[in-house]
Design a protein around this ligand. Sequence first.
Ligand code: HXC
Length: 270
Amino acid sequence: MTIRSSIKVQKINMEFIKVTENARPYVALIQLNRPKELNALNLQLMGEIRDTLKKLDENDEVRVVVITGNERAFAAGADIKQMAGKTAIDMLNIDQFSTWDQIRKTKKPIIAAVSGFALGGGCELAMTCDMIIASETAKFGQPEIKIGTMPGAGGTQRLTKALGKAKAMELVLTGDFLSAEDACSYGLVNRVVPVELYLEEAFRLAAKIAAMSPVGVKLAKESINRSYETHLDEGLHFERKNFYLTFASEDQKEGMNAFIEKRRPDFKGN
Ligand code: HXC
């Protein structure tokens, strides 16, 4: 690989993400940038990630992508305020998962550099990436159950594959968080490093991969994903329908409104 220290760093700021096309030689960085909302993933932010990844996939100067948040939060989930009042049919029509599907189809490897909260859609976004480098402060979880819904962007599928049925069931049904250390021991993340090093470590891993044959890397990624993707497609479809169905319940309205109003939810089972 040639050293290109004289090349100007290409930065593009969108409304909710910051993109550096050449954060390191052949390595692009996407930083989620809604810090006050703990990087809650609204529809526009997800669209920005999708459009950026598509461009980076077509850019020969990019071989690996790193996605990160900030020290406090990778992302605390899908934007509850945007979803709270939606009906099941609204959710079906919004069809946000076509965006997630396009992100999932990115050909170049994506590394999530996670510090702080990676919850709900945030955990699902990290798991949609190909590898995860975690800071020791990272907390993973699928707490949707606490707001009257369930994971919708692959959590029930990918967490189960990563952790096994018993632990995935416990996390999804209680909403409890998994520490970085435990996530690493289960194989959900590649490694855990001190908080001041998590982004550097992600860049180090990215640089190592960027020095390999881009063709080989692309084909190897595709092949590894193939090992479970046929089942994943069906599983994601099933999960989505059930996720939409929770929006037909009073419990989902109660759970999300309770979060917004900063009070405990009173679930009635209807
Ligand atoms: C919208 C959110 C948010 C979210 C945090 N905020 N998470 N807004 N959607 N997912 C906002 C808060 O309302 C608050 O804004 C600000 O960010 C800071 O959050 P606090 O709660 O004050 O911080 P803290 O007390 O430190 O608690 C952190 C937290 C908590 C434990 C992460 O914020 C939390 O429980 N968040 C929700 C986690 C969650 O349920 N995620 C799953 C979402 S559903 P204000 O304006 O009040 O100061 C989901 C479905 C995915 O992800 C499937 C579809 C893609």
